[in-house]
Structure formats: structure tokens, C-alpha cells
Design a protein around this ligand. Structure first.
Ligand code: SF4
Length: 217
């Protein structure tokens, strides 16, 4: 992108953020959690399913296995019993048990902050790591999920398809301190307005900043 075009896109991204921060003032994750351990496990479980589905199983899971230590010592069958309705439950059970073992043995039972350390945990990719960094630690975090990818492409803030590329291109448009807020606002906008099949462009708060309605006629 030419420097002038890049500057105009960055300005538009900031204007999108300003509008969406007013539209979605509560930017907490929709996953329920009380501590770092619970958020990490909930985000791992949220792959390929909805946050509502994860919330339905985590209350019982965390009541039975309330700490890193208890999860690290649980059997595969123990864990599967609680999470079987989340889909891919066998691999998710393996991953969260293995993640708990790593947390216990390498990180003193604490969830680490650095991207590299988070990515060393089984079941943790960049999306999960960025949720943890942004929501728990207040660090810059662009969280690329299906909603974020769709909305940022429609807004022409990126044309990339690969999540890492989307992450780096959008990150370059905004000041680091607004990355997490932007991620959550755009995620909410994808859920509640900019739907995958029928985006509600007629009611959209950022329609004036988006070329997509003109593209689809
Ligand atoms: S105008 Fe339509 S496509 Fe653009 S962000 Fe709003 S809902 Fe999505």
C-alpha cells in the first residue's frame, strides 16, 4: 500500500475504533472466568464452538477441577466427562490437561505473559495467546478470530487471508494501546451487526466508514 493510502486507512481505522468503543462500551470477553487459569482453559475450549457452549460446561469443570494442580492430575476420562458437548472434546481434554502440566512444572502454576511462553502451552495458538495477553495483562493484542477477519476485510483494513498476516497488518494501523479494545469492538460488531451471511449494513454504526455496501450494490 502507498504511504498516503496507508495513512488514510490508519485514520479510518481510528475512526472505526472511536465509533465502536461507544457502541460496545463493555469490552470484557463473553467467556465466563474468575481467574487466569479459568480464562486460559475456557479460551482453549472455545475453538470450533461458541462461547455460550463453553460457558455451559465450565462451571461444573472448574468446580470439580478448580486449580492448575487438580487439572494436571485429572485423568482423560475425568476431563472428557465435563467437556464432551464442546466438540473435539478428546483433543481438547488432552490439550488442557497437558497445558496444566506445563503450567505446573514450568511456570509455577501461573499463566505466563509472553507470546513465546504462551505459545509453548499445548492447545494455545496466537488467538488464544492474544486473548490472554489483552484481557488478563492489558498488553497490546490483536485477536484474529472468524468475526475479526470478516469485518476487517469488509472494512478494507486488510486484504489478507492468513490470520498472522491480518494480525500484523491491522496492528500496524493502530496505536498498540488500542489493539485490545479494537479487537473486542470488532469482534462484537461481527457478532451483532456485521453477520457472515447478511450484514446489517442499513443499521450499521460505521457504515460511513465502510465501502462494503457499495461493493455489493
Ligand atoms: S457497513 Fe455492513 S459490511 Fe460494513 S461494517 Fe457495517 S455491517 Fe459490516
Amino acid at each position: 500500500m502507498e504511504p498516503e493510502a496507508a495513512a488514510a486507512t490508519a485514520q479510518r481505522a481510528v475512526r472505526v475504533l472511536r465509533v465502536l468503543e461507544k457502541t460496545y462500551p463493555d469490552q470484557r470477553p463473553l467467556l465466563r472466568y474468575d481467574n487466569a487459569y479459568q480464562l486460559l482453559i475456557a479460551v482453549i475450549l472455545s475453538a470450533q464452538t461458541t462461547d455460550a457452549q463453553v460457558n455451559r460446561v465450565t462451571a461444573a469443570l472448574f468446580a470439580a477441577l478448580p486449580t492448575v494442580q487438580t487439572l494436571a492430575e485429572a485423568t482423560q476420562a475425568d476431563v472428557e466427562r465435563y467437556i464432551h458437548s464442546t466438540g473435539f472434546f478428546r483433543s481438547k481434554a488432552r490439550n488442557i490437561r497437558a497445558a496444566a502440566v506445563v503450567l505446573r512444572d514450568r511456570f509455577g502454576g501461573q499463566v505466563p505473559q509472553s507470546m513465546q511462553e504462551l505459545l509453548s502451552l499445548p492447545g494455545v495458538g496466537r488467538k488464544t495467546a492474544n486473548v490472554i495477553r489483552g484481557a488478563l495483562f492489558g498488553l497490546p493484542a490483536i485477536i484474529v478470530d472468524t468475526h475479526f477477519a470478516r469485518v476487517t476485510r469488509r472494512l478494507e483494513l486488510t486484504a489478507a487471508a492468513a490470520p498472522e498476516r491480518i494480525e500484523s497488518e491491522v496492528a500496524a494501523l493502530l496505536p498498540p494501546e488500542s489493539h485490545y479494545s479494537f479487537s473486542m469492538c470488532v469482534n462484537y460488531h461481527g457478532r451483532y451487526r456485521c453477520h457472515a451471511r447478511r450484514p446489517d449494513c442499513g443499521q450499521c454504526e460505521i457504515r460511513a466508514l465502510c465501502g462494503y455496501p457499495r461493493l455489493i450494490g
